[in-house]
Write a protein that binds this ligand. Structure first.
Ligand SMILES: [Zn+2]
Length: 477
């Protein structure tokens, strides 16, 4: 029997509001007024493209920037906390668009991860994008640390061969070596690559990535050009960016750019353009990529017409290029420092990749390809052996001849746009409404990029950290 009086939905909503919302609001104390902070007197380089503003005022309230500019553009609010910064330089918080923070089997999940995050913040890095990880495991661990950059995670995707190839004994000149599938090595680190095969629903991959907390896809290996296109289209329909390893065996960098991908990483991967699609499709075993790179990547082959065609396509389509030169340089330095020389494929690969990568990046810049300064930093091992954003910026200025301003844009505004999502809207420049992520330096970084190591204070989301305190582990107030 139907009940005679049945409350309708609007009535229920009204009753609930009356029961919990409205009366209590009257009793609640007024929200605390968060006092503004004003950084006064610094030379402001806001990353928007405008010239530096001397004797600037930058006002922050809560986690946002209220205004920034000349004193006439931005007034110091009454009662604001004032930070005198005369003779100093204020720039946007730096973005390292290529890090790997999570190594469960190597210990960078707990305290070591916390120390690395503090160290990144002390260098003025207020945002990082992790390019290989388990998004859910990484993001939940990072949320436990107060002193940390913002962390965005990408979801790794690879084809079937990445998960099954390689499980076999291999005879080498040093005896039998038992190889495992590359995906197993990754999973052993605690990473969670998703498998995609032709015929699978690309939207399901995108949904799984989103459910894990990822902000985009990183296509990693063993994907053909059709898969690359389908995954890119599905991710873009969902508003997620797609970046990829260069190259994807068999898909080339040219295929990645043509598919509309947002960015490709690793300059040495342009080697793939020197092979036909059918040849690339045979390079499926672990080590094949290194072997062919060691064989054909030279300072001369970096200027091969096939590579130039791909770079031109990247420039025309706006595909971002992340060369990761500092990581290769670190490997090179490690080989040079060895007391006893033992020839190895890995060393041949690194030596070839280093020279080739610099030449390819020079060509890319010459042809108008946009650069992002991601470093491929890892959160374990001796700190001196970890690639860094400052190291990458030094390479871009010293070896590629970018101006310090252009290099800084590759670690602020330009890369924020290319990362997309919240990062595109909220970080990368000092403008009203953006997150209050700032770095105050005692020396001018536009004069010499090395001056980025003169950090006085780092602000992340309105909260101030001093490098000395971050590095010594002294608690902050
Ligand atoms: Zn990487």
């Amino acid at each position: 029997m139907k009940r005679l009086v049945e409350p309708t939905l609007p009535v229920l909503v009204g009753l609930l509001a009356a029961a919990c919302g409205a009366p209590r609001a009257k009793l609640a104390p007024p929200p605390p007024v968060s006092p503004a902070t004003a950084i006064v007197g610094a030379t402001l380089w806001d990353g928007t493209g405008r010239a530096p503003v001397t004797n600037a005022v930058t006002v922050v309230r809560g986690d946002r920037i209220l205004c920034a500019g000349a004193a006439s553009e931005c007034a110091v609010p009454h009662g604001a906390r004032v930070i005198e910064a005369k003779g100093q330089y204020l720039i946007p918080g730096l973005i390292d668009s290529h890090v790997h923070l999570l190594f469960l089997s190597q210990g960078s999940a707990g305290e070591a991860l916390g120390l690395d995050l503090r160290d990144l913040l002390a260098q003025g890095v207020t945002t990082v994008r992790d390019m290989g990880n388990s998004p859910s495991a990484l993001l939940s661990r990072v949320s436990g640390f107060e002193a940390a950059p913002r962390v965005y995670a990408m979801q790794l995707v690879a084809g079937r061969r990445f998960f099954f190839n390689g499980i076999r004994p291999v005879r080498t000149d040093r005896g039998m070596v038992y190889r495992q599938a590359p995906a197993l090595t990754m999973q052993w680190l605690g990473w969670t690559p998703i498998q995609y095969n032709r015929g699978d629903d690309p939207a399901a991959v995108v949904a799984a990535a989103r459910a894990a907390g990822a902000m985009g896809l990183k296509l990693y290996a063993q994907l053909d050009s059709v898969s690359v296109r389908l995954l890119t289209q599905a991710a873009h329909r969902a508003g997620m960016p797609v970046w990829g390893h260069a190259w994807l065996q068999p898909a080339s960098v040219g295929d990645e750019s043509a598919a509309g991908m947002d960015g490709v990483v690793h300059a040495a991967g342009l080697t793939g353009e020197l092979y036909a699609a059918e040849e690339r499709d045979t390079l499926v075993n672990d080590g094949d990529l290194q072997a062919v790179t060691a064989r054909v990547a030279t300072p001369v082959s970096a200027h091969d017409p096939r590579i130039l065609t791909t770079l031109d396509s990247m420039a025309a389509r706006g595909t971002m290029f992340e060369p990761t030169l500092d990581a290769t340089r670190h490997s090179l330095v490690a080989f040079d420092a060895r007391r006893r020389h033992v020839p190895s494929l890995q060393e041949d690969y690194v030596r070839a990749a280093a020279q080739f990568g610099v030449e390819v990046t020079r060509e890319a810049v010459r042809r108008g390809v946009r650069i992002s300064a991601g470093s491929d930093h890892v959160a374990y091992g001796p700190v001196s052996e970890r690639a860094s954003l400052l190291g990458e910026l030094r390479m871009l200025v010293d070896s590629i001849a970018l101006s310090p301003t252009a290099a800084l844009l590759a670690a602020t505004r330009d890369v924020a746009r290319a990362i997309g999502g919240e990062a595109g809207r909220r970080v990368g420049t000092i403008e009203a409404g953006r997150y209050a992520d700032l770095v105050l330096l005692s020396k001018d970084p536009l004069e010499d990029i090395d001056h980025l190591d003169s950090v006085e204070l780092v602000m992340r989301g309105g909260r101030i950290w001093r490098p000395g305190q971050l590095r010594s582990g002294i608690a902050m107030r």
